[in-house]
Write a protein that binds this ligand. Structure first.
Ligand SMILES: *[C@@H]1O[C@H](CO)[C@@H](O)[C@H](O)[C@H]1NC(C)=O
Ligand SMILES: *[C@@H]1O[C@H](CO)[C@@H](O)[C@H](O)[C@H]1NC(C)=O
Ligand SMILES: *[C@@H]1O[C@H](CO)[C@@H](O)[C@H](O)[C@H]1NC(C)=O
Ligand SMILES: *[C@@H]1O[C@H](CO)[C@@H](O)[C@H](O)[C@H]1NC(C)=O
Ligand SMILES: *[C@@H]1O[C@H](CO)[C@@H](O)[C@H](O)[C@H]1NC(C)=O
Ligand SMILES: *[C@@H]1O[C@H](CO)[C@@H](O)[C@H](O)[C@H]1NC(C)=O
Ligand SMILES: *[C@@H]1O[C@H](CO)[C@@H](O)[C@H](O)[C@H]1NC(C)=O
Length: 674
């Protein structure tokens, strides 16, 4: 309330006109900020320009009088007659309770102060001894919300004309005459603004009191109170005009918003004037805010807080990863799960490149560097093996060979391992060989891929610091952007090797690429890699899977078919017919024969990768196969060796089962059943 006056208030103050000069004929106030008023008691003007007679207080009175005396009589006229006068004002009563409140009155009195008046009773005008004494010379138009039977009040919502005392000479229930209709009730303590017109005719000695709600466009035609009354006996030549108010036991504020007064003429109409704005109807709004708003706000903020906490926890869980002390050395190779999650768009189906033997592969783009990556997601349960495996992966990450696609890095989560590779836009080689490929590779491309993979595998076996057994050589692990042949996924099978019980032989690899001694002993060696490479050679040259259960029964096993062709002396018949005529017969023959040689069931007969590279480069001629005692049963499914000894593989239906389920990884089947 002591805030700076608003622009509107200043405007209102500027509009307030004071036209009483010398003889004081009239004035108009639309806002009271700089009005010439004498205030006492609780009365004050607010920063918004309202005149507040009493403010939210109990047992108080307040007076506001126009400072200058007003001439009601012509001093030179001996007839003692008083002038006519008229006054308008707009008021509002704001009370703690809608049922009980104080009173206020428009007053014409001989003094500004009304000395001796009681605060709570007698309207702030009189006391018990002075009430009703004719020497008071006080005229009051009261707006009373208390029914005091002591003064003969008609009800608790009335307007009365009082002369020298509170026993009204005339009164009426607050009402207004709405145009051409009946009177409508007005509730004084509604808190709404109301306008009052008081007019006295000095000649006819008649007084009219009219009321209307503030939204009425003009003064009602019919007054609320109309009395014949000679005020000249009460009025002195000069009197003071103003308002008086008192509050009882209930906190009440009495506001006057605007006031005009005129001697011998109509007071200026206030209806269309810009009046100061009342405070919002307080108690009800506040209680609503307290009873509904505050609980609602607290409930919703608690809900919001819980929601935020839950989503933080969820987010933490979602992006949780395992990081142990021993991994700190692998800093650069360690990726944050969150980064991989963002890169692969949350491992969304759209980014899925394929589901291979060891897990699912997703394409991704690292947001920081915009580098395209492939992320392989492997689920694993072994707790012990991971440390050694990660160490190996990281060390192999330092391998640099044009025909190897190394692991860029990794990330660990509970039960999950993520490996990050370079992204190969062309996908894996198998896509171009069989299952009705959209484009097939010509012989030159195939031969280049074969030589590349051989060179990569040779590097793993012999040229690097330590011997690395790949364990899963196959077409679907060969990738490259330019079909140079890059071997990926090496060492991955080791994850399933570490820490496993030697009793539960845990064979990892892909059916058709598994050397017989590998399935028997569970031990992967460079020779088992060579066996797989042999299967790969035949695969590339023939454009078929090593085991194709869709082929006719004698052709299911690719190596058998090639052997049969070789046995008939027509090995080239085994080649991929999709090659057409555009191939180098010597190279195809070399590859097919080398494939047979590598597929020998006896590991010692198989060449080393160094020899394989030499044969392919034709630095050394391929030995004559006839001298090696090759026979169909001496190859992959040699009797007494390999799969024949393996219970699961004793029936051909088992092979068919495995193939039809495309379960390229045998590990799940073989380990699960034992
Ligand atoms: C108020 O009235 C007093 C007394 O007549 C006068 O001296 C003063 O200038 C008036 N002030 C205004 C603002 O009219
Ligand atoms: C005295 O006042 C009355 C009523 O206002 C008026 O009729 C009369 O002419 C006045 N007399 C003089 C001498 O001014
Ligand atoms: C009542 O009011 C009159 C003046 O109006 C004053 O002289 C008197 O002392 C007051 N009496 C009491 C009891 O206050
Ligand atoms: C009215 O008031 C006057 C002055 O205060 C006093 O002399 C007189 O006795 C009072 N009359 C009554 C009836 O109380
Ligand atoms: C009072 O009201 C009556 C009825 O509307 C009207 O005839 C009369 O002129 C009014 N008197 C004054 C002083 O306005
Ligand atoms: C004035 O407002 C009251 C409610 O406060 C409504 O009942 C009445 O119809 C309104 N009158 C006019 C003229 O708008
Ligand atoms: C004139 O009015 C006064 C009140 O102001 C009153 O006391 C006086 O008796 C009146 N005189 C006549 C002659 O009516």
């Amino acid at each position: 309330m002591f805030s700076k006056p608003s622009v509107t208030t200043l405007l209102l103050l500027a509009l307030a006109t004071v036209a009483l000069a010398g003889n004081d004929l009239g004035f108009t106030y639309t806002g009271f900020k700089s009005a010439n008023l004498s205030l006492d008691g609780a009365a004050e003007t607010t920063s918004k320009g309202l005149l507040r007679l009493t403010k939210d207080t109990k047992q108080r009175k307040g007076h506001a009088f126009y400072t200058n005396p007003v001439n009601f009589k012509n001093k030179l006229n001996s007839t003692n007659a008083s002038f006519s006068f008229s006054t308008n004002f707009v008021f509002a009563i704001r009370s703690e309770y809608k049922t009980l409140s104080g009173q206020f009155a428009f007053v014409i009195a001989p003094t500004r102060g009304l000395p001796g008046a009681l605060p709570s009773q007698y309207l702030g005008l009189f006391n018990s001894t002075s009430n009703g004494n004719t020497t008071n010379q006080v005229i009051a138009i009261e707006f009373d919300t208390i029914k005091s039977s002591e003064f003969g009040d008609m009800d608790d919502n009335h307007v009365g004309i009082d002369i020298n005392g509170l026993e009204s000479v005339g009164s009426a229930t607050a009402r207004y005459y709405a145009a051409n209709t009946e009177f409508l009730n007005l509730l004084l303590i509604s808190g709404e603004s109301m306008q009052v017109w008081i007019e006295y005719d000095g000649v006819n000695k008649q007084i009219n009191v009219t009321m209307a709600p503030i939204n009425m466009s003009s003064k009602p035609h019919v007054p609320l109170l109309s009395m014949n009354l000679d005020l000249s006996q009460i009025l002195n030549p000069t009197m003071y005009v103003g308002f008086s108010s008192s509050t009882g036991s209930v906190r009440t504020s009495h506001y006057i918003l605007g006031w005009s007064f005129q001697i011998n003429g109509p007071a200026q109409d206030l209806i269309r004037s810009p009046l100061p704005v009342l405070p919002r109807l307080g108690p009800k709004k506040i209680s609503k805010l307290l009873t509904i708003g505050v609980p609602l706000i607290s409930v919703s903020s608690v809900t919001l807080a819980i929601f935020v906490i839950i989503s933080i926890i969820r987010r933490k869980r979602k992006f949780a990863e395992l990081l142990e002390d021993w991994e700190l050395d692998y800093g650069p190779q360690r990726y944050r799960y969150k980064d991989l999650y963002t890169a692969t768009k949350g491992f969304g189906d759209k980014e899925l490149l394929g589901a291979g033997g060891f897990g699912t592969v997703y394409r991704g783009v690292l947001s920081a560097t915009k580098v395209e990556i492939a992320v392989k997601k492997i689920s694993h349960n072994s707790r012990q093996g991971v440390r050694e495996f990660v160490a190996e992966i990281v060390s192999m990450g330092r391998l640099r060979h044009r025909n190897l696609a190394p692991v860029l890095g990794y990330c660990r989560r509970k039960g999950e391992l993520l490996l990050v590779y370079d992204y190969m836009p062309n996908g894996s080689l198998d896509k171009y060989l069989y299952d009705e490929p959209e484009t097939t590779l010509n012989w030159n491309q195939r031969f280049r891929v074969i030589k590349g993979v051989a060179s990569g595998l040779f590097y793993l076996h012999e040229e690097w610091d330590q011997v690395v057994v790949h364990r899963d050589v196959k077409a679907s692990n060969v990738l490259d952007g330019e079909f140079n042949g890059r071997l990926g996924d090496f060492g991955l099978a080791r994850l399933y090797d570490h820490g496993t019980d030697p009793q539960t032989t845990h064979i990892v690899g892909t059916l058709g690429y598994l050397a017989p001694e590998h399935t028997r002993t569970g031990k992967a060696t460079t020779s088992t890699d060579v066996f797989a490479f042999g299967a790969f050679l035949l695969e590339v040259a023939c454009g078929r899977r090593p085991i194709d259960n869709r082929a006719s029964s004698e052709n299911v096993i690719l190596v058998d078919r090639v052997f049969t062709c070789w046995n008939k002396g027509r090995i080239l018949e085994a080649r991929d017919q999709k090659l057409g005529v555009d191939f180098v017969a010597e190279e195809v023959e070399l590859v097919l024969k080398l494939g047979l040689l590598c597929s020998h069931s006896e590991p010692s007969v198989r060449p080393s990768m160094r020899q394989v590279v030499e044969y392919l480069e034709r630095h050394v001629p391929l030995p004559d196969l006839t001298g090696l005692n090759l026979c169909s049963s001496g190859l992959m499914f040699a009797s007494g060796d390999g799969l024949g000894n393996f219970p699961l593989f004793s029936q051909s239906s088992a092979v068919n089962y495995l193939c039809s389920h495309q379960s390229s990884v045998v590990e799940s089947l073989l380990s699960g059943g034992r």
